[in-house]
Design a binder for this molecule. Structure first.
Ligand SMILES: [Fe+2]
Ligand SMILES: [Fe+2]
Length: 365
């Protein structure tokens, strides 16, 4: 998969309701292009192509048909926005190569769902290029994360055993084939919280391996990474996916996720180390963190390591209100975060995420 991919929005220059564009931007980079100017390169870089053109206008149909049958288009999903949901438009969009279609305007939640499903399908297709161990570990654990979060959201049981097996697979995959390909493979996954949970799990697993921790501790780190934000299952999507900075009230609700995590994991009898990771990964060494304002040595090594993996994952990942950041830039910022992070541990963590040249670069920043 290309690293700088976008959702391509194909239009015909006519007046349509375009409010969906802001929704797409919340989650992905976009490229807006008129039908006649759509290039093979645009198509190749697409995570998803959204087509919003007047299908009654014959002028649109020929170029659209031509572009949609380009070989570059083959594994890329195309979503047609139909202004009239009738048989004729459905047939026409199918002939033109629609993977799916939706009558538009429609409720935001429907739009986000269909877009997310189509994008995740592509992301998951690309997993077949990974080693079989990595592919399997990803497939299984992504499902486990989804189920675990949705069970937690509904107040159902969340058993440590269910998550443990997939973490063992991640540990095996990371020890055999490293982390890079695996991380790249989740980068574009549509759901931020799932993607973030997997990333933190991967970073912590590699970090633990680098520090030479024993197998039982490695399992705690992998499991802790996977569920460190399980409490976010109790926070509304309006806050989790808000396209701009949170206001003080929303921020207070967001910070509550640490306590929600503790309660969910304690209720389900998870191991105390995992509860510690989930509850305390937002504590700061200077005592200014949350939820318990732990200070200095009160913050455990596991919580310190998780804070590092968590902050790093947040910095390098793209959100609607900020672009993604290079690993070296993220590390150089974290090196300055004295009082918040454990700096000697950040130095050690570099080896997990930077190549040798990048390490020199980060030091020089
Ligand atoms: Fe968190
Ligand atoms: Fe997190």
């Amino acid at each position: 998969m290309h690293s700088n991919q976008h959702v391509t929005i194909v239009h015909d220059g006519n007046k349509h309701n375009k409010s969906f564009i802001e929704l797409v931007k919340r989650y992905h980079d976009i490229k807006l292009v008129e039908i006649k100017s759509l290039s093979a390169e645009d198509i190749k870089r697409s995570l998803l192509i959204i087509v919003q053109v007047d299908l009654k206008d014959p002028e649109n149909l020929r170029p659209l048909k031509e572009k949609m049958s380009m070989p570059e288009r083959e594994n890329i999903p195309v979503l047609f926005l139909l202004d009239e949901f009738n048989r004729r438009q459905i047939v026409q969009s199918n002939i033109l190569g629609a993977t799916d279609y939706i009558s538009y305007p429609c409720p935001d939640s429907n739009f986000i769902e269909i877009m997310g499903d189509l994008i995740n399908r592509v992301v998951e297709q690309a997993w077949s290029k990974l080693s079989p161990i990595q592919e399997n570990a990803l497939k299984v654990s992504m499902k486990v994360v989804e189920n675990t979060f949705s069970n937690a959201a509904e107040g159902m049981d969340v058993a440590q055993e269910d998550v443990k097996d997939s973490c063992d697979m991640i540990i095996e995959a990371t020890s055999k084939d490293g982390l890079t390909d695996w991380m790249n493979a989740i980068r574009q996954h549509h759901n931020y919280t799932y993607r973030h949970s997997m990333m933190v799990c991967g970073y912590l697993t590699s970090f633990g391996m680098l520090l030479g921790v024993k197998k039982a501790d490695l399992q705690m780190l992998a499991l802790g990474g996977m569920v460190h934000d399980i409490g976010k299952s109790k926070i509304s999507l309006n806050i989790l996916d808000k396209p701009s900075k949170l206001d003080p009230h929303e921020w207070k609700i967001m910070m509550g996720h640490a306590e929600h995590s503790r309660i969910i994991l304690e209720t389900n009898n998870w191991h105390e180390d995992i509860i510690d990771i989930a509850t305390h990964h937002h504590e700061r060494l200077d005592g200014e963190g949350y939820p318990h304002r732990q200070k200095g040595r009160d913050v455990s090594d596991l919580a310190r390591m998780t804070a590092i993996a968590d902050v790093f994952s947040g910095l390098v990942d793209k959100r609607s209100y900020k672009p993604s950041m290079s690993a070296e830039k993220a590390i150089s910022i974290m090196m300055e975060a004295e009082g918040h992070l454990d700096i000697p541990l950040v130095k050690a963590f570099q080896a997990v995420v930077l190549s040798d040249e990048e390490k020199t670069f980060a030091y020089q920043q």
